[in-house]
Design a protein around this ligand. Structure first.
Ligand code: CU
Ligand code: ZN
Length: 200
């Protein structure tokens, strides 16, 4: 009987010790969670402050029915551009950034030429021979007249102090034709059929 009692006591003691240990570990875990959470919060806040975004519509020009919407989003020093366009003729169309956000004229020419803050020849984006900062390129419209294009680059910014990178105040122009990447100064892409100013 005495033996049983002492075993029971020992078990209790072990149980109590292990409970205490668990509790201590729990406390540590809680501390850790708290520390991680507050770190996460601060990095979320600074990321949110860093992210810039501008969204706008593209309106028909030159008697076309081409319209759409565009998003520019900046994150971690990179800008992602996405355009979704409808009302196009099936096939390949050029899309560029032109130098002024003024879409007031019926032919879209009020936006000026290609945005070219670095004084380079017109070309294919990334080409060693040079290209305009507005030379986005070509995209395809399907049999229903819908097309989409996206690109990400660190050569643009949204509202930064570097005039060779800042896309604000410029325009997106969609063309009836194809950019051949060689004709100067604009790739011989034909009429300007849709226009939107890059303004917040
Ligand atoms: Cu153009
Ligand atoms: Zn160009």
């Amino acid at each position: 009987m005495k033996k049983i009692a002492s075993i029971a006591f020992m078990s209790l003691a072990i149980l109590a010790t292990s409970c205490k240990k668990d509790k201590k570990e729990d406390n540590n875990a809680e501390d850790k969670v708290e520390a991680t959470t507050s770190e996460d919060n601060s990095s979320n806040i600074s990321e949110a402050a860093k992210e810039e975004k501008v969204t706008f519509k593209l309106s028909p020009k030159s008697g076309s029915k081409a319209s759409g919407s565009v998003v520019f989003k900046e994150n971690d020093g990179k800008v992602t551009f996405t355009a979704v366009i409808g009302g196009l003729a099936e096939g390949t169309h050029a899309i560029h950034i032109h130098e002024s956000a003024d879409c007031s004229s019926e032919d879209g020419k009020s936006t000026g030429g290609h945005w070219n803050p670095t004084g380079k020849p017109h070309g294919k984006w990334g080409d060693a021979g040079g290209y305009h900062k507005g030379d986005i390129g070509n995209f395809e419209a399907d049999e229903n007249g819908n097309g989409t294009i996206t690109m990400t680059t660190d050569e643009w910014c949204i509202g930064c102090d570097d005039a060779s990178k800042n896309v604000l105040g410029k325009a997106i122009i969609v063309h009836q034709g194809v950019d051949d990447f060689t004709s100067q100064p604009s790739g011989d892409a034909g009429a300007r059929i849709s226009c939107g100013g890059i303004i917040q």
